[in-house]
Write a protein that binds this ligand. Structure first.
Ligand code: ADP
Ligand code: MG
Length: 708
């Protein structure tokens, strides 16, 4: 309840605080200028050009007016209240100006100027100085080193930005760390004739974060879908918390760049930001249900579908086509996106037999043939809208010169307007003919998303379906096992050195404290001791060289398996002594557990959003096979199950060619317990259980490592 309240109150305050940024009733432009090619001039011009509904106050000590609007020497000379200020003056004056803004009662400031944290120590100091002043007066800062915001809501028409695309009002809101990327995304939506709701590009993001903006968009009823571009998050946990809530309400289409070493370097130099080749952002997207894209064009194309179409209620697509081949291409793509193309009901077939041309193919796809006209498309559409086992409609529409293509378009639009099921259209035409331009315009004005290529269209439908899955997916909460002995682990870790591997003895004790099954074991410091242990554990046993210096034991002959008797034990220990002479050597004696599947469960410390938990095929070939998947801790039961089912060799776990499958429940539990261990003890930097031996009735760890 307490948590709920604090989330609710944070949401209230975001709405309240960012309203002055996105819905300003008056704007001061500190650094406005009549010099044509200056930022201060362009921002003034853009506000006027976009028909900003509020008051504009250019601030300039020397000029009486700018672009025909009365200018003031300072904000203190402005007789009215000011909601928002642009700051476009050299960085060294910014701390003082923010203090002035505070005194004037301005609530939000967009700092367009550069020269802060992206510029090294001196810039960092300036940034800290103005932030301190902002805190003192409760001023929220957007930027610095940024473009600004745009609100296309006709009540505001606030174009607080210096770029050049003037979108029409719509339902897609954009937030982009980089102004350059934000601007081209905005332009490509414009080129696709998609309306925009709000836009924000916050550069260094020193105060108002991407998460704050996403939260604000989440609460904005006019925003149907969000596009997000970033190179990383200053505070990944904050984004995780926000995205978890917002993504359930509306789709977030996101792209994170810096996926390669070189890309990450470019990101760091360009925004004074963070980044690094991290996969944790991808995992945050996955955990919270953000739709992740690796291609900016695909993301914009998908946005077109989200801005106009409802979300399908399932994965079953009905295809209508008036040309064969493109439907085949589309089918391939649809199927790989997890969609199905089920047969039509008898009722549907009977209707279509009467309404379509005799040459038509009645099935799924429904081929109305190239000579099919508006009435034929309409009948096919009506049938699919009524079909119970169809969730969405995919149309291949080629503008055959011998048909009334406008009539076809009008029928598609009419059915689309019913908003019963999403319609996506692969529209194939030649737009150099006026006739087809007209058809295209009917489709566009009618809000039918049209794509020139069948694959692009199918991918867009795939994205709608993926969002359906996100909305209906429940990953649940991470289980908390209350049988764990936290204090045992606490004591061991308190006495362990940082950046060093713990001894096997301590590692196994930690696993036992968290009730993770391990092969029966004990440490011996002599042959005699090893013999005693072996008879207690029962032959066959395994002996492993145990020393803090040894990491990959088997590489150097430090693992002897299947030791069946005293004599073999003696030879094994002699050999180990030979291979590791001079080291501070002990022996780990362990029960031999043959015949299991070797799995790996690993951990590495990620961002403040959680540890990365890894699962996959283990053993000594793990680096070669690389068949592993990752999740972010804390891992829920559903997520752990997903891990088992999404590795490439998932089928091996079920058993193939007469082999028994493994006890998945035990493995799922180990993953959850490991996740709990590192959540309880975040100082664990690296950990791996390799292998975990999985059998049909149990799973036990036989080798493990932990580093702090
Ligand atoms: P390292 O990873 O340091 O080389 P491991 O303890 O993982 O050493 O042992 C290497 C391999 O030996 C394992 O992948 C597994 O195939 C086998 N092995 C180790 N311990 C056992 C055991 N108790 N039972 C069966 N096989 C084992
Ligand atoms: Mg190992």
């Amino acid at each position: 309840m307490g948590v709920q309240n604090s989330i609710a109150s944070k949401q209230m305050s975001i709405k309240h605080e960012l309203d002055t940024l996105f819905k300003p009733k008056s704007i001061a432009i500190i650094g406005a200028s009549s010099k044509e090619l200056s930022i201060g001039n362009v921002i003034t011009k853009n506000l006027i050009h976009f028909n900003y509904t509020g008051k504009i106050y250019p601030i300039n000590p020397k000029e009486p007016e700018i672009r025909g609007i009365k200018a003031y020497p300072s904000i203190f000379d402005v007789p009215d209240e000011i909601d928002l200020a642009h700051v476009i003056i050299p960085s060294k004056f910014v701390p003082q100006i923010i203090e002035d803004c505070g005194k004037k009662g301005i609530k939000s400031v967009i700092i367009n100027s550069a020269g802060f944290s992206e510029m090294g120590d001196e810039g960092v100091a300036l940034q800290n100085a103005f932030l301190e002043n902002a805190k003192k007066y409760g001023v929220r800062i957007f930027g610095p080193n940024c473009q600004g915001i745009i609100n296309c809501d006709p009540d505001y028409n606030a174009y607080c930005d210096f770029t050049f695309t003037f979108p029409k009002p719509g339902t897609i809101s954009i937030v982009a760390l980089s102004g350059g990327v934000g601007a081209f995304i905005m332009q490509s939506l414009f080129d696709l004739d998609i309306g925009m709701r709000m836009y924000a590009s916050n550069g260094n993001a020193c105060d108002i974060s991407i998460s704050d903006v996403v939260e604000y968009y989440g609460q904005d009823t006019g925003t149907k879908a969000i596009i997000l571009y970033t190179e990383g998050f200053h505070n990944p946990k904050e984004f995780l918390e926000t995205a978890k809530i917002v993504a359930k309400k509306k789709p977030i289409l996101a792209m994170k760049s810096g996926r390669t070493e070189a890309g990450a370097k470019a990101a760091a130099s360009h925004t004074g930001s963070l980044a690094g080749v991290d996969i944790s952002t991808e995992l945050i997207f996955e955990k919270t249900g953000v739709l992740s894209f690796t291609n900016e064009e695909e993301m914009c194309q998908a946005a077109m579908a989200f801005s106009t179409q409802p979300i399908p209620k399932g994965n079953r697509v009905g295809i209508i086509t008036n040309t064969g081949g493109p439907a085949v291409i589309a089918t391939d793509e649809l199927v790989s996106a997890g969609l199905e193309i089920p047969p039509l009901s008898e009722k549907a077939v009977n209707i279509l037999k009467n309404t379509l041309l005799p040459e038509a193919t009645i099935g799924n796809p429904i081929d109305v043939v190239a000579t099919g006209g508006g009435a034929h498309f309409r009948s096919a559409l009506d049938v699919l809208m009524d079909e119970e086992n169809i969730d969405s409609v995919f149309i291949n529409f080629v503008t055959a010169p011998f048909t009334d293509t406008d009539e076809v378009a009008r029928n598609i639009v009419e059915v689309s307007k019913q908003k019963k099921k999403p319609i996506i259209c692969n529209f194939m035409t030649n737009l150099s003919f006026e006739r087809y331009q007209h058809t295209a315009k009917i489709m566009r004005d009618g809000g039918v998303p049209c794509y020139s290529f069948p694959t692009t269209a199918a991918k867009a439908l795939g994205a709608l379906y993926k969002y359906h899955k996100i909305q209906s997916r429940e990953i649940g909460e991470a289980m908390v096992f209350d049988d764990v002995e936290k204090s045992t682990v606490f004591n061991i870790l308190s006495n362990s050195e940082k950046d060093k591997f713990l001894s096997s003895e301590n590692v196994f004790k930690i696993l036992e404290a968290y009730k993770i099954a391990v092969a029966n074991w004990a440490i011996a410091d002599s042959y005699e001791k090893a013999e005693q242990i072996s008879s207690k554990i029962g032959y066959p046993v395994v002996v492993k060289a145990e020393s803090p210096e040894i990491v990959h034991k088997s590489d150097k002959g430090g693992v002897v398996i299947n030791i069946k008797c005293k004599d073999e034990l003696r030879t094994a220990i002699q050999n180990i002594n030979k291979n590791f002479s001079g080291t501070n050597l002990k022996y780990l004696v362990q029960k031999f557990m043959p015949g299991g599947k070797e799995l790996i469960i690993g951990v590495s410390a990620g961002s403040n959003a959680g540890h990365l938990i890894m699962f996959g095929m283990g053993g000594i070939y793990v680096e070669v096979l690389k068949d592993v998947v990752f999740k972010l801790s804390p891992v829920t039961q559903t997520e752990a199950q997903e891990m088992l089912s999404t590795i490439k060799s998932a089928k091996l776990l079920d058993g193939v060619r007469g082999q028994l499958g493994i006890d998945k429940k035990s493995v799922v539990e180990i993953i959850q317990r490991i996740s709990q261990l590192v959540t309880d003890f975040p100082q664990i930097k690296e950990m791996d259980l390799n292998p975990v031996m999985a059998f049909s009735d149990k799973a036990v760890a036989v080798d493990a490592r932990i580093k702090l």
